[in-house]
Design a protein around this ligand. Sequence first.
Ligand code: PHE
Length: 358
Amino acid sequence: MDSQEKLRDEVLKSVAQAQSLDTLEQIRVGALGKKGSITGLMKELGALAQEARREAGAALNRLKDEIEGAIHSASSELKDKELTRRLAEERVDITLPVEVETQGRIHPISQTIDELTAIFGEMGFTVAEGPHIEDDFYNFTALNIPPEHPARQEQDTFYLPQRQDGSRRVLRTHTSPVQIRTMLSQRPPIRIIVPGRTFRSDHDATHSPMFHQVEGLVIDKASHMGHLKGCLIEFCRAFFDIDDLPVRFRPSYFPFTEPSAEVDIGCSREGGGLKIGAGGDWLEILGSGMVHPKVLENCNIDPNEYQGFAFGMGIERIAMLKYGIPDLRTFYETDLRWLRHYGFVPLDVPSMVGGLSR
Ligand code: PHE
């Protein structure tokens, strides 16, 4: 009995002193585990006479219950303490000011390029690109604009310094050189659009030295002026989202198309404001025409076999008209307030990659 009393005191004392759940567990194993001290005493019971065994066994069981109870309450006390500590430590100060997360905006130029790419994409066009610094050949000569042609002056070209061989490269004045690059590198049928930067030495509320155009080119055996008209009428109505938008084709001149047409859309200027749609007035938005046979020849395409049409338009211009942006220069001022006003919130569309969850 003496040794039991001692054991009891020892175990309960260490339980009372334990500072962690780990220590408690060690104490439990040390007393009640397979090789524990109490378990050891239990095993010794077998050697006792029946009467003594019953008594000693009952006493050992009480001791076992007592120790288990002590460990249990010490452990819930420790858990309580730990919870209280964590609650104090992880307290959130709800009086702190919130840090506002500003969401980015899509620039109207990018948005407009996305929109027109989607519209022409539905019609089977793919996107092509070309360099901003161009050889004279691609920007002018191959497009049937020979040296001394007035179109070279009209386009206010930025020239790069003259090279050893006397040639001068240019910042492309339009996206039309990508027509040439495409026709030289792939065989018809061709159906491309070319959104991209273009450069002209010009600067005011409606002109910027750097701006964007989108070019279109269709070459095959059968596409004719009717297709040109259908394609562009369809585009204008889809882009401005007006089903009955009046669209007018006016005879014009470009060295690289014949015949050529400029395209106007209907608008109204009543009351000082400009409104796209039926209204009796017209607004020019793009240039177009049937690709000139000489241009096809310059690209080694037989004009007796192939034909097609091309068009080009200013992206800022159609963006300004659609979204009511009054000054072209503001597109490039990188003013975040402007962008927050005229920019577009990215659509939070669920990704189809890996299903609809996200
Ligand atoms: N490249 C012409 C421009 O910049 C536009 C155009 C493209 C006209 C294609 C006809 C065909 O003004």
